[in-house]
Design a protein around this ligand. Structure first.
Ligand code: ZN
Length: 277
């Protein structure tokens, strides 16, 4: 009989399954998991059973996740403002952090929110750009203020990326990553294509490849680790679109080393942001 990785003593999978991140006794946890790609709030395209902060935080704690960094759906598309997102985070300071949602169709909001950026601390982590949905290519002038702001402050910016997409596919993303070398680019979904991820990784140093939606694709994690290296990969789930358990399970049971799993779930982010953020 084959023993599953969850039952092999001494592995990260076994330790995480047994203990996870325990908010009451963090010193006993095998490692913190940082989910760097989440959302919040309802969405017209899908029914979410849990998409508001109290239920989401409950689920995050149950799954053993130390932090979720999210952008609010209604700030990405609606009238909801990033200052309100900050207030939500302040009610769950041990779990929630956020990206300032940048909507290129609302230049006024971008300007106002960047001015408020310092007042969003300590809950704000960077910016979120969702070009494929806003249908404005990432190199467009309408993002310039936000990108210059991020470049000046050396902030991370999470992008939704997808191979072949004219708004945030490989070509415009490559141009942008080269144009702003001081920005830390979080490449959301890693283009959903490890060959495209490799092409960008080979040409840039300021890029980290994020795993939302990928653990369900057979062999994807293994390919990415082999091609871009575990030091360039970060964990994310798109919660509430996808489930924490499925994504963590996908990483912990992938055919990669325990060291690589650690890089992905926490090591790379702690190198970028520190341990206390
Ligand atoms: Zn997303």
């Amino acid at each position: 009989m084959v023993t599953s990785v969850w039952n092999k003593p001494g592995t990260i999978a076994n330790a995480f399954w047994e203990r996870g991140w325990d908010f009451e006794a963090p010193e006993t946890a095998p490692l913190p998991v940082y989910d760097m790609h989440g959302h919040m709030g309802s969405h017209n395209a899908i029914y979410f059973a849990r998409c508001d902060a109290p239920e989401m935080v409950k689920h995050l704690k149950r799954s053993g996740i130390r932090r979720l960094v999210f952008s609010h759906h209604h700030a990405l598309w609606g009238e909801f403002r990033n200052a309100q997102v900050r207030d939500i985070c302040s009610q769950f300071p041990d779990v929630l952090r956020f990206y300032v949602a940048i909507n290129p169709h609302r230049p006024q909001y971008i300007e106002e929110d960047l001015k408020l950026y310092d007042s969003f601390k300590p809950y704000v982590v960077g910016l979120k750009i969702l070009a494929g949905y806003h249908k404005v290519v990432v190199t467009d002038k309408r993002y310039e203020k936000a990108m210059e702001f991020a470049a000046e402050r050396k902030l991370p910016v999470l992008f939704h990326t997808w191979n072949g997409c004219p708004f945030n596919g490989l070509d415009p993303m490559t141009q942008l990553c080269k144009r702003y070398p001081t920005v830390t680019f979080f490449i959301g979904h890693s283009f959903s294509n490890w060959q495209a991820a490799k092409k960008l990784a080979d040409q840039t140093e300021n890029t980290y490849f994020e795993l939302t939606s990928l653990p369900g694709q057979y062999g994807m994690i293994e390919h990415l680790v082999q091609e871009v290296g575990s030091k360039r990969i970060i964990f994310g789930t798109d919660m509430p679109w996808f489930d924490e358990f499925q994504h963590i399970g996908g990483i912990l049971s992938a055919e990669i080393s325990d060291e690589a799993k650690k890089d992905i779930l926490c090591g790379n982010i702690e190198r970028l942001l520190g341990k206390d953020w």
